[in-house]
Design a protein around this ligand. Structure first.
Ligand code: NAP
Length: 264
């Protein structure tokens, strides 16, 4: 699906990747509904871009997602070509230290919000006979990463949702794309994660590069895409030989633990 001139709902639009993606889509003539909880940043972005409307909303609740979907559809005169589920939250912590409320919030924003929004918009796409849902996951949705346990669990769930829905919608004219970036330099990764990433030599991409690849994946009708080498190879090895990956990550896990448990 060419993104040019499409009606697009983009969540997480005020975030590190979201702002860049919104600008690229606007430059291609898309009619954009930009969704985020960060009202100030979202309104500033929408004000800059032709054809963009800000919909400030909280995606951590079912009611919030329903309200966003209803407002978006009304603004787009009842139709939508593309839903990009980009909003997400991260958590870097030893699992015993993870706040139960944070686990719940993360699962709501990373898993349930894409499901609730898709559920709300699917009947419209089915009536149209055409549409696309793009779910932005992570390499951590295929390789469970120590100290990103909650985040990994959420992205595994999002990948499973994407795969099952893609199969369910086969022949419907509605396509599903699952996108799995490796680490990206955005505000999602706080100072502690950045220091751990440097200590473990974690590969990190620029958000501009990732956004280019997301647009290419949509334009080229990709079912799924995993970014970066050797990470994309490790995704395959982890399916067939997970014990090899256990061993390969052991040293990295020990370093990550020090950062996850430290108070600075
Ligand atoms: N950065 C990476 O290393 C990386 C790697 C692989 C995949 N990804 C995935 O890529 C996507 C975008 O990440 P990013 O790096 O651009 O993150 P980001 O800069 O933190 O942006 C995420 C955006 O989502 C918004 N958001 C969070 N909770 C929300 C809620 N309840 N309702 C509405 N909006 C909410 C945030 O708003 P607030 O600022 O108000 O919280 C923020 O604007 C995420 O799904 C992430 O998991 C990121």
């Amino acid at each position: 699906m060419e993104v040019s001139n499409k009606r697009i709902i983009l969540t997480g639009a005020a975030g590190g990747m979201g702002g860049i993606l919104a600008r690229e889509l606007a430059a291609r003539g898309a009619r954009l509904i930009l969704v985020d909880a960060n009202a100030e940043a979202l309104n500033a972005l929408a004000g800059e871009l032709e054809g963009a409307t800000a919909v400030v909303g909280n995606l951590s609740t079912y009611q919030g997602c329903e309200a966003v979907a209803a407002e978006a559809l009304e603004t787009l005169d009842g139709g939508v070509d593309l839903l990009i589920n980009l909003a997400g939250l991260n958590s870097f912590a030893a699992f015993e230290d993870e706040d139960p409320a944070r686990i719940e919030l993360l699962m709501h924003v990373n898993v349930l919000a894409p499901m609730w929004l898709t559920r709300a918009l699917l009947p419209t796409m089915q009536r149209q006979g055409v549409g696309r849902i793009v779910n932005v996951g992570s390499i951590f949705g295929s390789i469970g990463f120590a100290y990103f346990t909650t985040y990994s669990a959420s992205k595994f769930a999002l990948r499973g949702f994407s795969e099952a829905l893609r199969r369910e919608l086969h022949d419907s004219g509605i396509k599903v794309t699952y996108i799995a970036p490796r680490a990206v330099k955005t505000p999602m990764n706080d100072d502690k994660v950045m220091r751990m990433g440097a200590a473990t030599k974690m590969n990190m991409d620029s958000p501009e590069d990732v956004v280019k690849k997301i647009i290419a994946a949509i334009n080229n009708d990709r079912k799924d895409i995993y970014f970066g080498f050797p990470e994309s190879l490790f995704v395959r090895i982890n399916v067939m030989f997970p014990r090899l990956v256990d061993k390969a990550l052991a040293a990295q896990n020990r370093i990550a633990r020090k950062f996850a448990k430290s108070n600075d």
